[in-house]
Design a protein around this ligand. Structure first.
Ligand SMILES: [Zn+2]
Length: 83
């Protein structure tokens, strides 16, 4: 009887633990590097294509526009026609 209760409690405990742990969803957002035209060292940062498309990104030093880094190939929907 006690063994049966222990087993029942163990099953319930395991179900509780499993339901308390949310499924692990790793969502990786694509980001690409952009650089500004500042000399001697351009600043570099990573942004999402959506963020880049929202509008011109200006560097605060020379007010130069950030552009995708040379080693970046943007997906078709991410490249603007303002270059
Ligand atoms: Zn800059």
């Amino acid at each position: 009887m006690i063994a049966a209760l222990d087993a029942a409690v163990a099953v319930q405990l395991r179900a509780t633990v499993e339901s308390a742990v949310p499924p692990r969803t790793v969502r990786t957002v694509y980001r690409f590097p952009i650089i500004c035209e500042c000399a001697p060292v351009p600043r570099r940062q990573h942004v999402t294509p959506y963020f880049f498309r929202q509008g011109p990104l200006l560097c605060g030093l020379w007010l130069a526009k950030f552009r995708p880094a040379d080693d970046v190939v943007l997906p078709p929907q991410a490249s603007g026609n303002d270059a």
